[in-house]
Design a protein around this ligand. Structure first.
Ligand code: SAM
Ligand code: FES
Length: 355
């Protein structure tokens, strides 16, 4: 294999850091040999911290109304063909109860930026979930809010917040979003969330339109600097009712490679093998775990609404069989030598696996 790439991976595995130029070089050699070498190192790092455990989070997609108009996203406000829905608090609590029985100890409430869900409504919802399931973590993923709003949710009991930065390059950000959205504000939100004591997740799409390796290197440098607890990455997948309908999807190979690099950059990070990865390849999530990921996020939303949360085309786990997601994932993980755990799956600070 390319000895320069091997050296870069060795340095990354030892020091957990690489400069911009080195990252650029590494990202340009995604040959199968280099990738396998990277994944073996990434698995080692992951096993030292998390063993063969795979954490699961129950994803509840509770509204697909959105006031934003991100060009890539199937539930953007300009998509007049989207069938809009919102779950009632009772429906959301039922999802949590059903999830609890299935062994979930983390709920991720995700949705578009839906003005119906005022700060009060979100805070009440979080409080009710925490009252019913005090041993569970609640993660919110509801977009850009003021520091005061984030503080209110935190006081209500929210533990974690997922807000992908989408791209760390401002010019690229402007090609993916309408002018009212800015990278600057996205970053400000992430810093506020961290300051408020949330466990924070940033992240980006791999292969989004107009993305270059330079953009990806910037994503990695920004992520390293932010030092989040979680990083959500998955391939961009076009949605046929969006302005990016004709753009090519991100690739399996590049997404896996970035998962491996992220594991070595931040050895303790919580790194999901996402649904989008499972959508572009039938074994995408297993391959993600084998590249260094340690989290899966099965869908807990009622089956009746799953087809309506169509961020991208052909999303998996939206059919009638979807209630079986947890069992299906457990089997998939066991087949590759890993196991799903019944735990909150918190970020571990230690570097030696001991349970
Ligand atoms: N509204 C919240 C926000 O903006 O953070 C959460 C919902 S948003 C739909 C969740 C994530 O879906 C985005 O951060 C984006 O990275 C991802 N996403 C949206 N459209 C996508 C697409 N076409 N392909 C892959 N991922 C997509
Ligand atoms: Fe709002 Fe996608 S544009 S969630």
């Amino acid at each position: 294999m390319n000895t320069a790439s091997k050296k870069l991976i060795d340095t990354l595995a030892e020091t957990h850091t690489l400069g911009r130029q080195a990252l650029l070089e590494l990202l340009q050699d995604t040959s199968a040999e280099t990738a396998q070498y990277l994944f073996a190192k990434a698995r080692n790092a992951r096993h030292r911290v998390y063993g063969h455990d795979v954490y699961m989070r129950g994803l509840i997609e509770f509204t697909n109304f959105c006031k934003n108009d991100c060009y890539y996203c199937g539930i953007r406000r300009s998509n007049a063909q989207a069938q809009r829905y919102r779950l009632t608090p009772e429906q959301i609590l039922e999802c949590c109860d059903a999830g609890y029985e299935l062994g979930f100890r983390t709920y991720v409430l995700q949705g578009g930026e839906d003005p119906y869900f005022t700060d009060e409504r979100i805070a009440t919802l979080v409080r009710r979930i925490k009252q019913r399931h005090p041993d569970c973590a609640v993660t919110l993923s509801i977009g850009e809010k003021s520091r005061e709003s984030y503080a209110l949710y935190r006081a209500a009991g929210a533990d974690r917040y997922l807000l992908r930065h989408e791209t760390a390059n401002a010019a690229h950000y402007a090609k993916l979003h309408p002018p009212e959205l800015s990278l600057e504000n996205r970053k400000r939100c992430l810093r506020n969330l961290k300051a408020l004591g949330y466990q924070v997740g940033c992240g980006f799409m791999v292969g989004s339109p107009y993305q270059t390796v330079e953009c990806l290197a910037e994503d990695l440098l920004f992520t390293k600097e932010l030092n989040p607890h979680m990083v959500g990455i998955g391939p961009f997948i076009p949605q046929h009712q969006t302005p990016f309908a004709d753009k090519p999807a991100g690739t399996l190979e590049q997404t896996l490679f970035l998962l491996g690099v992220l594991r070595l950059l931040l050895p303790n990070v919580l790194l999901p093998a996402t649904t989008a990865l499972g959508t572009i390849h039938p074994q995408g999530r297993e391959l993600g775990i084998l590249a260094g990921a340690n989290v899966v996020m099965p869908n807990l939303s009622p089956v009746s609404v799953r087809k309506k949360y169509m961020l991208y085309d052909n999303k998996i786990c939206t059919g009638e069989e979807a209630a079986e997601c947890r069992l299906c994932l457990a089997r998939r993980m066991e087949r590759i030598g890993y196991q799903l755990t019944v735990s909150r799956g918190d970020y571990l600070h230690s570097s030696s696996y001991s349970h």
